[in-house]
Design a protein around this ligand. Structure first.
Ligand code: C2E
Ligand code: MG
Ligand code: MG
Length: 706
C-alpha cells in the first residue's frame, strides 16, 4: 500500500493527532496496491475523515450512517490494500478507546460495503474488457478469413487444398475452370486422379516425400487432362502446411496455366531445330542427335553425307524458287529412304543433307542406304511443270571406327562426300581411314589458304612443251603447287576449285601470273633468242573479275616481258562460260600480242565453228584424245580420223595445235604424222622447277636444234 512518499504534512485540525497516526499506519503497510493520489491529498483526506469520526464519536448514539460514509470514502479513494481496514481499525480503536465499538463497526461496515462495490466494479470492468477484446479478435479473424477466402476463390491462379491422404478438400474457381470442372466436382476427387501420361518421371516420388514431411515444397511443370481430353500444361507449386506442432496437415497447390507459353516455346524450339524450307531437322538438331548416338561407345553410328551435284546450275538456270522446290522434294525422298527407327535425315544447309544411322545392324548397311538414296534421286523431279534430273554425291561412314568425337565422324563423312565428287559425282564413296589421314577436308584447306599466301607456300613447276618436228623447247606450262606445312606438296586439283569457291582465286591467279612472268623475264634476259612462251592457266572466275585485264597488263608491263612470250590457257568450259565483257578482255589482250589457248579441248561440247569467233591462237588437245592412240593396239581408224579432222580444221582457222598427255613415243610419232605442231607429256618431260627449265635452255643441244 502507499502513496507517493514524502514527509507527512504537519497535522492540523481538531483530530490532527489521529490523522497523523492514521497516515503513518497506512504508509507503512505492505505496498500491495497503489493509491492514485499524492501524500498531501491522502493526508488531507485522512484529516477530513479523522475530523468526521472525532465529531461522531462525541455524539450518542453515534450517527452510524455518517461513520459508514467515512469508511466508504476511504475505500472509494482506492485505499483497498489487504491491510488498510485492519490498520485503520487498530489506529481508531486506540484513539477512541474500547467504548466506541459501534463507531468501529459502522466504519468497517461502510468501508467493506464500498470495498465490495469497488471490487465488483473492478471485476465487471475486467470482464467487459475481456469480452470486448475477444469480440475484436473474433471480428478481426473473421475479416482476415473473409479476405483469405476472397483471395482463394477469386485468385486468377488455380489454388487447391488437399489433406494428407490426398483427398481434395477445396479448389478455387480458377483451378476448376482450368480443367473444365466445377469446384465441388473436383472436391470429389483425389490428387492421384489427376495423374497424366506426360508427368515428369520422379514427380510422384517427390509428392510422396512431401506427404512424409521430408520436403516442404515441390515445383514442377505438369500436364492435367482437361475434362474434354486435351492436355493443360501448368506450372505447379505444391507446399506442405504444418500445424503449430510441426505436423504436416495439408498440401496447398498453386497452379498456373502455361499451355500457351509452352506452345510458343515449343514453336520456337521447333524453329530453332528445324530447317524452314524443308521442315527437316537442321544442323544444330542433327548435332545433338549425333552426339547422343555417339555418346554410348558400345553403339555403332553410321552416316551418309549427301550433296546434290551441280545444284547451283539449277538455281542459275531455273531460278531460286525452282531450286527451293527441288530441295523440298529431295528432302521428302531422303526421308522416305531413311525409314528405319532411329534414322534421322537433316539438312545441313544449301544442298547438303545428312542421314544418321544409329546402331547399323549389318556391315554395309549404310552403303546400301546410300545406294537407295541414289536410286531414289535418279527418278526425274517434277519442278514447276519441268522434268529435272539431279544426281548426288554421297560420303558414307559405315561406323565410328577410330573417330574420337561425333564432330570428327561428321567431318569424315563430309570429306568422303568430296571423294565421291572427285570420282565423278553421282555415286557414293565409303570412308577409308588411311586416305582420310592423308587428306584434310576442303574446309581445313580453305581456312589455311589466306595464311599460306603470306607464308609463300604456293610455287610453280613448269612442264616443257616441245615442237613435234624437232622436239625443241618452245614453251613451258606453269603449274601451281601448294607446299602445305603438314600435308606436303598438294597438286592444283586439291585447291584451285576450292579457291574459286572461297574467293581466293583472284589472289592465287595474280600470284601465279606474277611468278610466271618473273621467271619468263629471267629466261628472256638470259636467252633472248629462244625465250620459251610461258603458258599460264586461267580460270573462268578470274576472267570475269572486272579488274583482271588491268592486272594482267600491269604485270606484263612491270616484268617487261614481250607480250607474245605469254600465253593464257582457258579450258573449253571456261570459254563456254565466258561471254560479254570478259571475252572483250581476252580480245584486248590478244590484240596486245598475248597468246590465247583453249585447254583440254575435246572434253566439252563446243563446236569447232565457234573457235573461229574466239580470240584464239592455240588449241590444246585434251588428254583423253591422246590416250586413245597410246599404242598401235589401242588405236583405231575413227580416232585417227577425228584427230586428223580437228588438227586440219584448227590449222584452217589459222591456229596451232598442242597435244597434252603424250606418254609414249608412238603417240608422239602419230601426232607428228597427223600434223600436230607441239606436244607436252611425260614422254618428253615431267613438270619441273624453274631452275631445271633454265638448265634445259642452257643445254647447247637445245640451242642447236632451235
Ligand atoms: P592442265 O592445264 O590440263 O595441266 C596439265 C595437267 O596434266 C598437269 O596436272 C600435268 O602435270 C598433267 N600432265 C602432264 N603431262 C602428263 C602426262 O603425260 N600424263 C598425264 N596423265 N598427266 C600429265 P596438274 O599439274 O595436276 O594440273 C592439273 C590442272 O590444274 C591443270 O590442268 C589446270 O587445269 C589446273 N591448274 C594448274 N595450275 C593452275 C593455275 O596456276 N591456275 C589455274 N587456274 N589452274 C591451274
Ligand atoms: Mg593447262
Ligand atoms: Mg590441259
Amino acid at each position: 500500500m502507499g502513496w507517493d512518499a514524502g514527509p507527512a504534512p504537519h497535522p492540523v485540525g481538531p483530530h490532527a493527532d489521529l490523522a497523523g497516526r492514521w497516515s503513518a499506519a497506512l504508509r507503512e503497510g505492505a505496498r500491495d496496491h497503489i493509491v492514485p493520489m499524492s501524500a498531501a491529498e491522502a493526508h488531507a483526506l485522512l484529516t477530513e475523515l479523522a475530523g468526521e469520526l472525532g465529531a461522531a464519536a462525541g455524539r450518542s448514539p453515534i450517527p452510524a450512517d455518517r461513520v459508514a460514509a467515512a469508511g466508504a470514502r476511504l475505500a472509494q479513494a482506492h485505499f483497498v490494500g489487504s491491510e488498510v481496514l485492519g490498520r485503520s481499525i487498530a489506529v481508531l480503536a486506540e484513539y477512541f478507546g474500547s467504548g466506541h465499538a459501534d463507531l468501529l463497526a459502522a466504519f468497517a461496515t461502510g468501508y467493506l460495503r464500498a470495498f465490495r462495490g469497488w471490487l465488483l466494479h473492478e471485476q465487471e470492468s475486467v470482464r467487459t474488457a475481456e469480452i470486448t477484446a475477444r469480440r475484436t479478435a473474433e471480428e478481426q479473424l473473421r475479416a482476415s478469413e473473409a479476405r483469405l477466402r476472397a483471395v482463394f476463390s477469386q485468385a486468377g491462379i488455380g489454388t487447391g487444398l488437399s489433406n494428407m491422404s490426398g483427398r481434395i478438400i477445396e479448389v478455387n474457381m480458377a483451378f476448376a475452370r482450368m480443367l473444365g470442372y466445377r469446384p465441388e466436382e473436383m472436391c470429389a476427387m483425389s490428387v492421384t486422379d489427376l495423374t497424366h501420361p506426360d508427368d515428369a518421371p520422379g514427380m510422384w516420388e517427390l509428392y510422396s516425400a512431401l506427404l512424409r514431411g521430408e520436403i516442404d515444397n515441390v515445383q514442377v511443370e505438369k500436364a492435367y487432362a482437361h475434362r474434354d481430353g486435351h492436355a493443360v500444361w501448368t506450372n505447379l507449386n505444391v507446399s506442405l502446411i504444418r500445424d503449430s506442432s510441426g505436423k504436416p496437415h495439408y498440401t496447398l497447390v498453386l497452379v498456373e496455366d502455361i499451355s500457351e507459353r509452352r506452345a510458343l516455346r515449343e514453336r520456337l524450339d521447333y524453329r530453332a531445330n528445324h530447317d524452314q524450307l524443308t521442315g527437316l531437322p537442321n544442323r544444330s538438331c542433327f548435332f545433338d542427335a549425333l552426339r547422343g548416338a555417339f555418346a554410348d561407345p558400345s553403339a555403332g553410328v553410321g552416316l551418309c553425307y549427301v550433296d546434290l551435284d551441280h545444284f547451283k546450275s539449277v538455281n542459275d538456270t531455273f531460278g531460286h524458287a525452282a531450286g527451293d522446290e527441288l530441295l523440298v522434294q529431295t528432302a521428302a525422298r531422303l526421308t522416305a529412304c531413311a525409314a528405319l527407327p532411329g534414322q534421322l535425315v537433316a539438312r545441313m544447309g544449301g544442298d547438303e543433307f545428312v542421314i544418321l544411322v544409329p546402331r547399323p545392324r549389318v556391315a554395309g548397311e549404310v552403303s546400301a542406304l546410300a545406294r537407295t538414296v541414289l536410286d531414289a534421286l535418279a527418278r526425274p523431279f517434277d519442278v514447276q511443270g519441268r522434268h529435272l534430273t539431279v544426281t548426288a554425291s554421297i560420303g558414307v561412314v559405315e561406323d565410328r571406327g577410330e573417330h574420337a568425337t561425333a564432330d570428327d565422324l561428321l567431318k569424315s563423312a563430309d570429306t568422303t562426300m568430296y571423294w565421291a565428287k572427285a570420282a565423278g559425282r553421282d555415286r557414293y564413296s565409303v570412308f577409308d581411314p588411311d586416305r582420310g589421314r592423308r587428306e584434310h577436308t576442303r574446309a581445313e584447306l580453305s581456312a589455311a589458304m589466306p595464311a599460306s599466301f603470306t607464308r609463300g607456300e604456293f610455287f610453280l613447276d613448269y612442264q616443257p612443251i616441245v615442237a613435234l618436228p624437232d622436239r625443241s623447247l618452245v614453251a613451258v606450262e606453269a603449274l601451281v603447287r601448294w607446299r602445305h606445312p603438314e600435308l606436303g606438296v598438294l597438286p592444283p586439283g586439291r585447291f584451285v576449285d576450292l579457291a574459286e569457291d572461297n574467293g581466293h582465286i583472284d589472289a592465287l591467279g595474280a600470284l601465279v601470273l606474277q611468278l610466271a612472268c618473273h621467271d619468263s623475264r629471267r629466261w628472256y634476259d638470259r636467252f633472248p633468242e629462244h625465250t620459251p612462251t610461258v603458258s599460264v592457266n586461267v580460270s573462268a572466275a578470274e576472267v570475269s573479275d572486272p579488274t583482271w585485264l588491268e592486272r594482267v597488263q600491269r604485270i606484263i608491263a612491270e616484268t617487261g616481258i614481250p607480250p607474245d612470250r605469254l600465253q593464257l590457257e582457258l579450258t573449253e568450259r571456261t570459254f563456254m562460260e565466258t561471254t560479254g565483257r570478259p571475252l572483250e578482255a581476252l580480245r584486248t589482250l590478244a590484240e596486245g600480242g598475248v597468246r590465247i589457248a583453249i585447254d583440254d579441248f575435246g572434253t566439252g561440247y563446243s563446236n569447232l565453228a565457234y573457235l573461229g569467233q574466239l580470240p584464239l591462237h592455240v588449241v590444246k588437245l585434251a588428254g583423253p584424245f591422246v590416250q586413245r592412240i597410246r599404242t598401235p593396239e589401242t588405236v583405231n581408224r575413227t580416232d585417227l580420223l577425228v584427230l586428223e579432222t580437228i588438227i586440219g580444221l584448227t590449222h584452217a582457222l589459222g591456229l596451232t595445235v598442242t597435244a597434252e598427255c603424250v606418254e609414249t613415243g608412238y603417240q608422239a610419232e602419230r601426232l607428228h604424222a597427223l600434223g600436230c605442231d607441239s606436244a607436252q607429256g611425260w614422254h618428253f618431260h615431267r613438270p619441273m622447277p624453274a631452275q631445271r627449265i633454265t638448265d634445259l635452255l642452257a643445254e647447247p643441244a637445245v640451242e642447236n636444234i632451235r
